[in-house]
Design a protein around this ligand. Structure first.
Ligand code: ADP
Length: 482
């Protein structure tokens, strides 16, 4: 199969969240399964320096964007057999240190930046010599690609145009712009209507993908159901219900080549389910690294996250206020909205021996938190898939999660199945429900046999990408045969 993926972020080149991890891993495992794979993504600042093997390609693209023409060069990186990354070099749009925002505010030209990216994807799909037969786009930034392809097939003689698939990683982010942004699509007005890309008078890039892609997936089965409901549909539930027949949920995998505890450059001590000494030492190391008293007898809770409402920051802050009277420690690595950053810093100033907070983005520390903690807190309001709870399982860190989206699909609570339990789940979105769940964690910590049982179950759970990639391949087969 010949598959072209497109995403505004791809690990290890650029990342703000799980989208990058997912696309990077999917591409790698599809290629390993013998498929021909390309990935289109922007060339942001710093990528060329970090990946000196990047080659200036001989592809130069000039495309209309509203009333002007914009040029880009395509740099390529052959990562492995059958896997090439195509970086779109358009310095005005992408040579920026951060991907979408500056100091918490979206770049004012995001519509132009990502409509241009989407046009480049369609252009490459049409002109690459290996002729992709399926284009798989991820999230709103490339949501218009299925429409560009369809339009060129219907109106511009692209007879063997590829099939398209959209994966929604988070329906809360839709790329909803004013109507004037549609000008940059250079498409007839026919598509700008309620059954097309129009949404409350503006342009909605995710809706474009939902309406025009041949198939739609999202990153967990439960989230696939949730986004068709008013409660979690973010206004697009009606459109999705119309397309429910082509919507499926596939739980993300974990790239165990990177997220493992036995061969990991970010961890000083290796450990495994049958030899946990390295985990105990990792805990002491983490406490020291973050300035907390080194104490193996204190239960250590951790979180690595974007600090946004979705992640349940408000209930976590008030639950911690209540719980910190207990003998426990908490560490947080995160960045995001300044009100939340300030609130966590304040908490650590008030409880310097119990709470350590690092504001910022630190890949290595995220591994060390996963390895060093006893419990991982993820009280999300909603969670399409969530990756950290899956990383926690492999690192022997017991997830305490709210039963929503992929969190519910991936974690088994003691009350559901004692034999197979891997974590603690709570249902209600409230700090009191989270407090109860944390209390369960404290009790579990006192019962070392049960703690070990959950830990061992989690560490041996298999969320490998090999399995997930097979599910995508099965779906792609179906799309191509339709
Ligand atoms: P989302 O994509 O909604 O942010 P996910 O759980 O799907 O949530 O993925 C988050 C990914 O981003 C994980 O790999 C996590 O470790 C990483 N991450 C989030 N914040 C940080 C941070 N401050 N430093 C390092 N890694 C982070």
């Amino acid at each position: 199969m010949r598959i072209l993926l497109a995403s505004s972020e791809v690990h290890p080149y650029s990342k703000t969240g799980g989208l990058a991890d997912m696309v990077g891993a999917l591409a790698k495992y599809l290629a390993q399964a013998g498929q021909q794979v390309g990935v289109v993504t922007p060339l942001y600042s710093g990528i060329r320096e970090r990946f000196p093997h990047l080659r200036p390609g001989d592809i130069r693209i000039t495309l209309p964007l509203g009333s002007r023409h914009v040029q880009a060069d395509v740099w390529t990186l052959e990562v492995a057999d059958r896997l090439v990354i195509y970086f779109i070099d358009q310095p005005d749009f992408y040579r920026r240190a951060t991907l979408y925002q500056h100091q918490g505010v979206d770049y004012p030209d995001n519509a132009e930046r990502f409509l241009f990216l989407s046009k480049c994807v369609a252009h490459l799909a049409r002109n690459l010599p290996w002729k992709p037969e399926l284009v798989h786009v991820h999230d709103w930034q490339v949501g218009l690609v299925p429409l560009f392809i369809r339009h060129q097939r219907l109106e511009e003689g692209w007879v063997d145009a590829p099939k398209t698939c959209l994966t929604i990683h988070n329906q809360a982010y839709q790329g909803h712009f004013g109507a004037d942004a549609y000008e940059w699509a250079n498409l007839p007005l026919d598509y700008f209507e309620p059954n097309g890309v129009e949404f409350y008078g503006g342009l909605n890039c995710l809706k474009a993908g939902i309406v025009y892609a041949d198939r739609i997936t999202t990153v967990s089965p439960r989230y696939a159901r949730e986004i068709t409901t008013e409660a979690l549909g973010n206004g697009l539930d009606g459109v999705l219900r119309l397309r429910q027949g082509v919507l499926a949920g596939i739980l993300n995998g974990v790239d165990y080549d990177e997220w493992n505890t036995t061969d990991n450059p970010f961890l000083k001590h290796s450990f495994a389910a049958d030899s946990l000494e390295g985990k105990a030492t990792s805990k002491l190391d983490l406490q020291r690294e973050l300035g907390l008293p080194e104490a193996s007898h204190l239960p250590l809770f951790g979180t690595v996250t974007r600090l946004v409402e979705q992640k349940g920051v408000d209930i976590q802050l008030s639950a911690l206020e209540e719980m910190l009277a207990a003998e426990m420690q908490f560490v947080l690595l995160g960045s995001g909205e300044s009100q939340y950053e300030k609130a966590y810093k304040k908490l650590s100033a008030r409880y310097p021996t119990k709470v350590a907070v690092k504001i910022g983005y630190d890949h290595g520390l995220s591994h060390r938190i996963e390895a060093g903690c006893d419990f991982y807190l993820m009280p999300s309001k909603f969670e399409p898939c969530g990756l950290n709870q899956l990383y926690s399982l492999r690192y022997g860190t017991i997830p305490i999660v709210r039963a929503t989206g992929g969190l519910d699909d991936s974690i088994i609570d003691l009350a559901e199945d004692v034999e197979r339990a891997t974590g603690i789940k709570f249902a209600e979105y409230s700090s009191s429900a989270l407090v109860k769940a944390i209390r369960k964690g404290l009790i579990l910590f006192e019962h070392s046999d049960l703690l070990l049982h959950l830990r061992t179950n989690g560490m041996s759970a298999d969320f490998s990408w090999e399995k997930t990639a097979q599910k995508y391949l099965k779906l792609f087969d179906k799309i191509l045969s339709e």
